[in-house]
Ligand binder design. Structure first.
Ligand code: HPA
Ligand code: ZN
Length: 319
């Protein structure tokens, strides 16, 4: 039996199986054939184009019912990969355009499907609302208000994804402050496309306790020490980084170096079908490349559990 896995960084729409999205396109009579390869995978050239293909894929997710079906498809796949706990980015921008009333309906559908999947597959989902950096700070405020109004023991965090090269982390401080005041825990994508200073800015200007990717912190030994000391957790997604060309090969990825330096590293898939990965493949590749054994994987899983945003009762149930 596969070891139970804990995943902290998964974009709900980005986890949509391409066949599911293609099927919805046919059903809704929306022509999205341009985003698929002849083999049926997602087709894109680079990160910018990935974001655009992602947007197009989301055009068929037209209402709460489609998200309900999406959650079932995604959690079935995660559970089949041995994932028992999945912290998943949910986007009010894709769920009704950050309208609070619409968001509540989408969220109810997502939560209902997640609870059904928990009964069926034994996987627990907790939500992190994500704002989208390239839509700008004003739109991020709207996402933060959606998050704050629905915060609780199920919607547990707030974060930011999107194009890291747009604007600065501090431009989004209002959104992160509002989320923090509502009791949400915080993470932001940083240090994937920009270097160590971006990771510094994430911690300093937004006060996040986790960083999405964060791996380019490895370029600055002083920062690595600071992250280790402060107990900041990195949501590393090695397969994503290699597929998108942040690193040429997994051998060049700093996850093991960061771990050895005492940084809290965890393993996630990001947008698995886009990057041709799964949690099982990530684990197998790390074992092969860095000789990670059962003890290392157990330690990484414990790190992920400790850094999870859920309440302690949920954590104790999973552990
Ligand atoms: N990176 C940044 N933003 C995103 C991603 C990602 O992998 N997926 C969806 N939004
Ligand atoms: Zn991501």
């Amino acid at each position: 039996m596969a070891r139970p896995k804990v995943e902290l960084h998964l974009h709900l729409e980005g986890a949509a199986p391409p066949a599911f999205i293609r099927g919805l396109g046919r059903e809704k009579k929306i022509d999205i054939s341009g985003i698929f390869t002849p083999e049926g995978g997602y087709a894109y050239r680079d990160f910018e184009h990935f974001l655009s293909v992602y947007d197009t894929a989301c055009t068929v997710l037209i209402g709460p019912e489609e998200f309900h079906r999406l959650v079932h498809a995604v959690l079935e796949e995660s559970a089949a990969n041995g994932v028992v706990y999945s912290e998943t980015f949910l986007s009010p921008d894709f769920c009704g355009g950050c309208d609070l009333g619409a968001w509540r309906e989408y969220l109810a559908a997502i939560r209902e499907a997640a609870e059904q999947a928990e009964t069926q597959h034994g996987i627990t989902l907790r939500g992190i609302v994500t704002c989208i950096r390239h839509l700008g700070p004003e739109q991020a405020k709207k996402a933060a208000i959606c998050a704050a109004e629905t915060a609780g023991d199920w919607l547990v965090g707030f974060g930011m994804g999107g194009a890291e090269n747009m604007g600065e982390q501090k431009d989004f401080a209002w959104a992160f402050d509002a989320a923090r005041e509502a009791g949400l825990r915080l993470t932001t994508h940083a240090g994937e496309w920009r270097g160590p200073d971006e990771v510094r800015a994430a911690v300093r200007d937004l006060g996040v306790e986790r960083v999405g990717h964060g791996v380019r912190a490895a370029e600055d030994p002083a920062l690595v020490e600071e992250l280790a000391e402060a107990g900041i957790t990195l949501e590393c997604c090695p397969g994503s980084n290699v597929f998108l060309g942040v690193y040429d090969r997994l051998e060049d990825h700093p996850i093991d170096e960061l771990r050895r330096a005492g940084v809290n590293v965890t393993v996630s898939t990001d947008d698995p079908p886009f990057f041709h990965t799964t949690m099982r493949r990530e684990y197998a590749a790390l074992a092969r490349c860095f000789n990670w054994d059962a003890d290392v994987f157990d330690a990484v899983t414990k790190t992920a559990l400790d850094a999870a945003f859920c309440d302690t009762a949920t954590r104790d149930r999973i552990a």
